[in-house]
Design a protein around this ligand. Sequence first.
Ligand code: TPP
Ligand code: SF4
Ligand code: MG
Length: 341
Amino acid sequence: MATFVDIQPTQQLDPIKGVKKMPLEEFFTSGHRTCQGCESALVMKLMAKAAGPRTVVLGSTGCMYVANTTYYSTSWVVPWMHTQLGSSGSAAMGAASGLKALMRKGKIKDEPINVIAFCGDGGGADMGLSAISAALTHPDYNLLILMYDNESYANTDIQLSGSTPYGAHTTFSPPGKMKRIMHHRWKKNMAGMLAAGHPTCKYIATVCMSYPLQAMNSVRKALSIGGPTFIHSLDPCPKGWDYDPMQSHEMGELAVTTGVWPLYEVEEGVIRLYGKTKEIAEGRYKRFPVRDYLLRQGRFAHFTDDDIDYFQSKVDQMWDKWLVPGVIPFLKEVETDHPPK
Ligand SMILES: Cc1ncc(C[n+]2csc(CCOP(=O)(O)OP(=O)(O)O)c2C)c(N)n1
Ligand code: SF4
Ligand SMILES: [Mg+2]
């Protein structure tokens, strides 16, 4: 049984009860240069709004660094610092321990300050995995690592990451005449992996900004619960996913309603599915076919019916065969799968 330690006070951020109760203050404002319809920018904006003014944000290299801090300007109202591409975990630990030391020595006022480090999927699920893992094993620092997942190394022109879905067209996996599918790996299950592997971490959640209230309340819970926490956000990216920017919100909804992106939180060891994901798991909502999601995106335009069937079978497996549906990928029974050639 996991043990959970309370060390220092955290911000007490109560859940926002409804859209009308949203705080009006903005801490990530206009002036950034992300693409039209960029959901990752919305994640930054609402993450900062949920956290409030007593917050320090650290961000690893990627679109949310480059586009938000053009030379001599930034959209951040709260203190913000860039960190190396694979370093969100180390930066979060360094900032949290630095603040603690300064308060202990009486150099700054002793008060709860939120430390949030964000990273992209390239910087988090690939390059920074070990630093995030290390941070999540230190219960004596309050910090949140938020991984905004646009499913590619977007900032350097959409390269394949460990978070890119099977078969997607990226600049590293362009479909060709000889080989249609150039990317054969399945997306990493980042939140499930971190939850299963860090039993003393008090809070890990998946979110999607198409469901903003739940996502913001996840941020508030992560910052209030104490110790290191992690949130994985799936962010439709019009440029990398190749669709009309006006469809971003709908694209996030489809990721959830097709069951491709399950929404859940693991709080002090207890898994709780929420929103449409909960309804799917309880049989109250029928998953949409993945075809409805995939064929809306140019990165899957080369898919044949066989490819779509294969993708569907893998998502069905998540729901029908995984030990904890949509969350923990141990199979209840051993099966082999055969991707189309
Ligand atoms: C150590 C290192 N390698 C490569 C780069 C070049 N680089 C800058 S941003 C980036 C993409 C990061 O991808 P991700 O973390 O997914 O963020 P996104 O760009 O998608 O927002 C890369 C490869 C770098 N800055 N540092
Ligand atoms: S490439 Fe994608 S993640 Fe990057 S700014 Fe554009 S929409 Fe946002
Ligand atoms: Mg990315």
